[in-house]
Design a protein around this ligand. Structure first.
Ligand code: DQA
Length: 149
C-alpha cells in the first residue's frame, strides 16, 4: 500500500506558527510519527509540503502514475481557496482524508468553506497532530493493514 501525505502552505512553520492555534509539534515530528506507524504496518508512505499551489497540483497528478492508494491531505489555506487543487484531487480520484489541526468551525467564518470536504472519504478537524494519526489508521484499515488485520 502506498500513501501520500500532503501539507499545504505555511505548515512548514508548525511548531513556531501561532502555537495557541496549531500547537508546538513540528511538521517533521508529525511526519516522523506517520512514517513509524506506516513502516510498522508495512505500508509505503511519503510526505510532501509546499507553499505553492501549483507544486501541490503537480504532486497530486504524479501520485496517480506512482500508483498511490490513499492520500492524507491538509490543504491548509488552499482548503478555502483552491479550485485547482480540488480539481487535481477529483482528477486522480485517489481516496483521501482531509485533516485540519485546528477546529476550523471555531474560527473565522471563511474557514468553514472547504473545496475538498465533499470529495473526501472523511474529514478530521480540531484534534491536532492526532488527526493525522487517526487518518492514517483509517487508511491502513481500508487496505487491511490496520490493527484488526
Ligand atoms: C489549517 C486550517 C486552515 O484554515 C489554515 O489556513 C491552515 C491550517 C489547520 O490545519 O487547522 O493553514 O488547515
Amino acid at each position: 500500500m502506498r500513501i501520500l501525505v500532503l501539507h499545504g502552505p505555511n505548515l512548514n512553520l508548525l511548531g513556531s506558527r501561532e502555537t495557541a492555534v496549531y500547537g508546538s509539534t513540528t511538521l517533521a515530528e508529525i511526519d516522523a510519527t506517520l512514517m513509524d506507524r506506516a513502516q510498522q504496518a508495512g505500508a509505503q508512505i511519503e510526505s510532501f509540503q509546499s507553499n505553492h499551489e501549483g507544486a501541490l497540483v503537480d504532486r497530486v497528478q504524479a501520485a496517480r502514475s506512482e500508483g498511490c492508494d490513499f492520500i492524507l491531505i491538509n490543504p491548509a489555506a488552499c482548503t478555502h481557496t483552491s479550485v485547482a487543487l480540488r480539481d487535481a484531487m477529483a482528477a486522480v480520484a485517489i481516496p483521501f482524508v482531509e485533516v485540519h489541526l485546528s477546529n476550523v468551525y471555531r474560527r473565522e467564518a471563511f474557514r468553514r468553506q472547504s473545496y475538498f470536504s465533499d470529495l473526501a472519504e472523511g474529514v478530521i478537524v480540531g484534534l491536532g497532530p492526532a488527526g493525522y494519526r487517526l487518518a492514517l489508521e483509517f487508511a491502513l484499515e481500508q487496505f487491511g493493514q490496520g490493527p484488526r488485520a
